[in-house]
Structures are given as structure tokens and as C-alpha cells.
Design a protein around this ligand. Structure first.
Ligand code: PEP
Length: 250
């Protein structure tokens, strides 16, 4: 199965950085893209249109291309929501994907499962593929509640109408995001089997949390890991390319 490699640039970068990074990503992946792996890049909102256009200018080969996703969206289609972005505004800029429920939104902005589900539903209505993030905190894992937390998040954050065609689920243990701590292969295997059981065979399930060139091959070869969501390492083109290539056996 083609692995999905998602780069989350978070709140990093200006146009010049993006142009440079894209130039360094596009050429080395052009032979493998959509064969061994697909790529979605999620730059900050200010760069979405710019990155889409730059990728079109750098055009890869045939029909294959790198997709562009946003890092968040609002649940409403329009209105008095200063600073927010509606899903239809994202498709208008050429986005095909949107991340919802990232732990930095759940914990930094107090987003609840219900809010995540409402955003995902609105995104689906606009034709976007949602990347819905789930994951327990360190204290929840230490207390042995990680499977229950993730089950509750699946129940509460995935709206009705979820299908493998409109949704990707990303397991991102909060304690592994941006910390350099990676879940062990056993942690990943157990949790992905748990998510698979609840979300079904066709669902794409990503792992995220300090994925680097050095651990990507092991993570990507773990059963029920259909790809990775990469934060910090996606800002370094060579590292991101090495992670993608790990999906094609190096
Ligand atoms: C993320 O932002 O989703 C993430 C997994 O970050 P990092 O790879 O830096 O841990």
C-alpha cells in the first residue's frame, strides 16, 4: 500500500524559506511519488496559496503531485469569526486536506472532541480530506488510560459520515510531539491495532511524534502504520525526503 507522508510545518516559515525547501523536496521525490508514497505538505495558513502555486510551477511528473493541506479550519462556512478560516476558503486556495484536532489545538486552544468533530464535518462538506489527530498525554499513559483516551477521542472527534475516502486518522501521543521521545515499536503496534479495530480495514492510520530519518523505517514497517505525520523534521528538506524514502525501502 502507498504510504502517506504528511509534513506539518506548524507556525514556521516565510515565502523564501518555503520556496527553498520545496525546491529541495520536489526533485528527489519525483521518481517515487504516488508509487511508494504520497505527500501532503501543511504549511502555515499564510503560505497555503503560495506553496500550491510554487508546487505547480515545480510540477513533478504526469498526474503525480504533492498535495497541500491546512493545519486547522473553522466549523462554520462564513461569518463573524475574526482570524478564522472556513473550509471552503481552503479549497479555494488549492488545499485538498486539513489537519483537525492536533494536540497543539486541543491542549493549547482548549479544543474539545465535539469541536474537532464539528470542524471535520464542515471540512468534509467542503470536499476536504481531514487528518484527525488523536493521542494521550504522558500522565494518561502512565496511569494506563491510553487506550480508553484514544477510544473516547475516536468516538467524539470523528463525525458521522467518516469514510476512508474523506478521513485519515493520526495517532500522535502528546508526550512524543516535538520532544524527541518516540513511542516504542510495541507502543505503536498496540495502539495502531486498537485504532484499526475501531476504524476499520480501509482507514489510513498515521503515526506522529518525533519521526526522524533514523526511526522512520522501523515505524513505517510496523503493522497498521499507513504513513507518518512529521512536524520538526519536515522543516529540513533532506530529513523529510529521507523519511519519505524510508517508505520505499530507502
Ligand atoms: C506534529 O506536529 O504533528 C508532530 C508529530 O511533531 P514532531 O514530529 O516535531 O514531533
Amino acid at each position: 500500500m502507498t504510504k502517506l507522508i504528511v509534513g506539518n510545518w506548524k507556525m514556521n516559515g516565510l515565502k523564501a524559506d518555503a520556496r527553498l525547501r520545496l525546491g529541495e523536496i520536489v526533485t528527489p521525490v519525483s521518481a517515487d511519488i504516488d508509487v511508494a508514497y504520497s505527500i501532503v505538505l501543511c504549511p502555515p495558513a499564510t503560505l497555503l496559496g503560495y506553496v500550491r502555486q510554487a508546487l505547480d510551477d515545480l510540477y513533478i511528473c504526469g498526474e503525480a503531485t504533492i498535495s497541500v493541506g491546512a493545519q486547522d479550519c473553522h466549523a462554520e462556512s462564513h461569518g463573524a469569526f475574526t482570524g478564522d478560516i472556513a473550509p471552503r476558503m481552503l479549497t479555494d486556495m488549492g488545499c485538498t486536506h486539513v489537519i483537525v484536532g492536533h494536540s497543539e489545538r486541543r491542549h493549547g486552544h482548549g479544543e474539545t472532541d465535539a469541536q474537532v468533530a464539528a470542524k471535520a464535518q464542515a471540512a468534509h462538506q467542503a470536499g476536504l480530506i481531514t487528518i484527525i489527530c488523536l493521542g494521550e498525554t504522558e500522565s494518561e499513559r502512565t496511569a494506563g488510560h491510553h487506550f480508553d483516551v484514544v477510544s473516547r477521542q475516536i468516538k467524539g472527534s470523528l463525525p458521522s459520515g467518516v469514510t476512508p475516502a474523506n478521513t485519515v486518522v493520526a495517532y500522535e501521543p502528546v508526550w512524543a510531539i516535538g520532544t524527541g521521545k518516540t513511542a516504542t515499536a510495541d507502543d505503536v503496534r498496540e495502539m495502531h491495532a486498537h485504532i484499526r479495530q475501531q476504524c476499520g480495514e480501509g482507514m489510513t492510520i498515521l503515526y506522529g511524534g518525533s519521526v526522524k530519518p533514523g526511526n522512520a523505517a522501523e515505524i513505517l514497517s510496523t503493522p497498521n502504520v499507513d504513513g507518518v505525520l512529521v512536524g520538526g523534521a519536515s522543516l529540513v528538506a533532506a530529513d523529510f525526503v529521507a523519511i519519505a524514502r524510508a517508505a520505499s525501502g530507502g
